[in-house]
Design a protein. Structure first.
Length: 435
């Protein structure tokens, strides 16, 4: 019994490490841009971890009102970074959380109706979106392997040695081990890489020493929310974009776990996401969405149980209350994380290709959907400045390769498949009535 519990906790902790960098990076970027004090920034990181945990638990706990019940981990969406900084700079921090609150309520209200759009997500769309997600994440992993973009030691041989060593270690564990060891291969790779980095003097323990042991949380830490129309509309758009990203994740996980995801389940998933966004607004955290890197982890380890995600959620909640413990997870060097990320993000790409194998490639339209959506998604990721001259309200839809590629796939699917099918159906009905 204890052995099973330890196994579940280990796999859950592995999920936490997989999403931790992204979860911590968003508050650091937003807090830094808004010139928050060290104390405020510490609170922002801690409350974000806590909210990630609660949001994940809301989503994995399936009931009649909310929760999709898939092994999905929720984290703060990168789509909101630019808009939050812009809103905070123009209207103040209070306007950020007013807009997040309203957007969360909006998502809860439209969840039932948005789920009816599932017909616009056949395998040619979901497969393209998942492939795009993986392809746009891989450059991040490669930069991390070299030490992290902007770091003075970027490309240092010691970083490359660490990152490739971690990657090879994970591959060897997957090749020569089975069961529990294979399931936690990524976690073991991160631990081994961190130990090796420590021996090389590449691990800084000062942040752990400075962090406090415990902190309390409070609603509206940055003051009561204020409501600006432009900020609200912007954050609603961000929420819709996040729902589109999450849809691809839900459908991919449904396929991995052999569960058919229908409108009702999607509706409960969206509703849980909306509640998580409201939670972010109340406790001054962030809008939340399904994290695709954890899909790669599920596929890589083969562990599809919700118990591991429950464990991940509870671990995140505990970390949110204990800044000292949370700081320990930041000891993992960027290069070590990059080595593990290559395997995880690569698995996302591989699974997207697997989903595309169900597509009828004899249809030219399907080929064009895949070609243009993947091309647009990867292109915007490689050359993000292509849309830099557009108005900021439009750039929300274009500055992310995932969003640009996803919208391209959806629109082209409507053009090549939905409209012709609708016209064909109408023609059949006309012929039946005539006869």
């Amino acid at each position: 019994m204890k052995q099973d519990a330890m196994k579940t906790l280990s796999i859950g902790f592995q999920h936490v490490l997989a999403m931790y960098a992204g979860a911590v990076l968003v508050p650091l970027i937003v807090g830094g841009a808004l010139n928050l004090s060290f104390e405020q920034l510490t609170y922002l990181v801690s409350i974000d971890l806590l909210a990630c945990g609660i949001a994940t638990l809301l989503q994995v706990w399936q009931n009649r009102f909310f929760g999709i019940g898939l092994p999905v981990v929720l984290g703060c969406t990168f789509t909101a970074v630019g808009p939050m900084i812009a809103i905070g700079s123009q209207h103040g921090v209070s306007a950020i959380y007013g807009s997040i609150l309203v957007s969360g309520i909006f998502v809860v209200i439209i969840a039932k109706y948005f789920s009816k759009l599932v017909k616009f997500f056949p395998p040619v769309v979901t497969g393209s979106v998942i492939t795009i997600i993986g392809l746009t994440l891989i450059p991040v992993a490669i930069k991390d392997m070299a030490g992290g973009e902007g770091n003075a030691d970027f490309g240092n041989p010691s970083n490359l040695l660490l990152s490739f060593g971690v990657l090879v270690f994970i591959l060897l564990l997957n090749k020569f081990t089975k069961g529990f060891i294979r399931a936690v291969s990524v976690l073991l790779g991160l631990v081994a890489g961190t130990v090796a980095a420590s021996l090389l003097g590449m691990v800084d323990f000062s942040e752990v020493a400075e962090a406090s042991w415990f902190h309390s949380i409070q609603p509206f830490y940055f003051g009561m929310p204020t409501f600006e129309i432009s900020a609200i509309l912007t954050m609603i758009l961000v929420a819709i974009v996040s729902l589109i990203e999450s849809t691809g994740v839900y459908l991919a996980l449904g396929d991995i776990t052999n569960r058919k995801i229908d409108e009702q389940q999607l509706s409960k998933g969206y509703r849980a996401e909306g509640l998580a966004i409201v939670l972010g607004g109340v406790f001054n955290a962030f809008p939340y969405t399904a994290y695709s890197q954890n899909v790669g982890l599920v596929q890589l380890t083969g562990v599809k149980t919700k118990k591991a995600i429950y464990a991940a959620g509870f671990i995140l909640v505990v970390l949110g209350f204990l800044p000292k413990i949370a700081a320990i997870t930041t000891l993992v060097p960027t290069a070590v994380l990059g080595g593990a990320s290559v395997a995880m993000f690569g698995m996302v790409v591989a699974y997207g290709i697997k989903m595309l194998s169900r597509v009828d490639f004899e249809q030219q339209g399907n080929l064009l959907i895949i070609a243009c959506s993947v091309g647009m998604g990867l292109g915007v990721t490689v050359v993000p400045e292509i849309f830099a001259q557009l108005p900021e309200s439009i750039r929300i839809l274009t500055e992310s390769g995932i969003v640009a590629g996803s919208f391209t796939a959806i629109l082209l699917n409507i053009l090549f498949n939905v409209i012709p099918e609708s016209q064909s159906t109408k023609q059949i009905w006309k012929e039946r009535k005539a006869s």
